[in-house]
Design a protein around this ligand. Structure first.
Ligand code: HEC
Ligand code: HEC
Ligand code: HEC
Ligand code: HEC
Ligand code: HEC
Length: 216
């Protein structure tokens, strides 16, 4: 008896069949992940590399800076500014001047060249948004940006989709904090609902759900 009789003829092709099959499955899996889980498709988690490795965790948690030292416009304007190199140099003229990252920073500063920070959060042009309106109504940065104070590199923590915006516009009491606490990202009230309902009245908050609120 020979092996020819023991196994059917197609058995000789088994390695090729397995190889082609595996390649197809791998290809389809990669494609699916690429398509559905890439930052472009599902923006949560988008974390671009920045030209200078600036750490919020270090500056906020360890050095103890308030968001508004750098994002000084956030309470007064729709747009929240990114600080200029001038702001950084207030400290880095003298702090860590031998570090390669601070040398790069100083070079930008000396050449009067703005740093090309990569934008992380971005709404489509047809959506109107306003920072001051939120921050001054007791909506903390953490509700929309996550715990930036713990991020070494900033990433998008929330979907920023229409459904997500509306969830809060319908029931803002679930999120409102005292205005003094909006940049204290670790603040957590004992009874959010009770506090929220109180603040909603005190601040006279009533975010609209009409299309024209966000699409003007
Ligand atoms: C020392 C200055 C400084 C402080 C303090 C600071 N930031 Fe920033 N922030 C920056 C710089 C510079 C960038 C741009 C680079 C980056 O994205 O990391 C930035 C980027 C961001 C972004 C992303 C913006 C985008 O591109 O979409 C958010 C959100 C943000 N900061 C929130 C905060 C919050 C919340 C706090 C307070 C807890 C804070 N920042 C404190 C300097 C600062
Ligand atoms: C209020 C003072 C202050 C300001 C303003 C400030 N920093 Fe810093 N930065 C510090 C301190 C303190 C450290 C930690 C130094 C250490 O590790 O000893 C630091 C560390 C750093 C480091 C890490 C350096 C290394 O190699 O360890 C980078 C990068 C940096 N800062 C960038 C920036 C940028 C960019 C800005 C402006 C957006 C900025 N800083 C604004 C105080 C400041
Ligand atoms: C209600 C949600 C919300 C709150 C609260 C909020 N942000 Fe934002 N933030 C956004 C959105 C949405 C964008 C993107 C805006 C765009 O693309 O037009 C953004 C963008 C930014 C940017 C990039 C510059 C810009 O304006 O596009 C910075 C910096 C920033 N936020 C900082 C902060 C800080 C600091 C706080 C708290 C003091 C805060 N944000 C509170 C939703 C919020
Ligand atoms: C966590 C709660 C919360 C989230 C999330 C939120 N909002 Fe709001 N929004 C508010 C509150 C509170 C107000 C203030 C309402 C008032 O003053 O009566 C407001 C007001 C507004 C206004 C009116 C501003 C003005 O100038 O009158 C716009 C526009 C707006 N939000 C857009 C958005 C968009 C777009 C998003 C999503 C990207 C969003 N909001 C997400 C709570 C939220
Ligand atoms: C609280 C703010 C807010 C309100 C109110 C709002 N939208 Fe939007 N809308 C957004 C945001 C943010 C986006 C972009 C993100 C997204 O596509 O989910 C958007 C996107 C859209 C889009 C594009 C959807 C897509 O998939 O490309 C349409 C269409 C739209 N809105 C229609 C409406 C209509 C109609 C209403 C009133 C019934 C309305 N919106 C009310 C915030 C809002």
């Amino acid at each position: 008896m020979t092996s020819k009789q023991l196994f059917p003829k197609w058995f000789n092709y088994l390695p090729i069949i397995v190889l082609v099959g595996l390649t197809l499955i791998l290809g389809i899996t990669i494609h699916l992940f690429w398509f559905w889980f890439s930052p472009k498709h599902l923006e949560v988690g988008y974390q671009p590399k920045q030209p200078i490795p600036f750490s919020h965790e270090l500056h906020v948690n360890q050095v103890g800076m308030d968001c508004r030292y750098c994002h000084s416009n956030v309470e007064v304007s729709g747009h929240s500014n990114i600080p200029t190199t001038e702001t950084c140099m207030n400290c880095h003229k003298t702090i860590k001047v031998d570090s390669p990252a601070i040398k790069t920073l100083t070079e930008y500063h000396n050449q009067k060249k703005p740093i090309d920070w990569v934008k992380v959060h971005m709404l489509p042009d047809y959506v109107y948004f306003n920072h001051a309106a939120h921050v001054n109504s007791g909506v903390s940065c953490v509700q929309c940006h996550g715990n930036v104070n713990k991020m070494t590199t900033v990433y998008q923590a929330k979907p920023l989709s229409m459904g997500w915006c509306l969830e809060c516009h319908r029931e803002p009491e679930k999120y409102l904090w005292p205005k003094e606490q909006v940049t204290n990202l670790d603040f957590r009230p004992d009874n959010q609902l009770k506090l929220g309902l109180q603040l909603k009245e005190t601040y006279n908050v009533n975010p609209g759900e009409a299309c024209s609120v966000c699409h003007r």
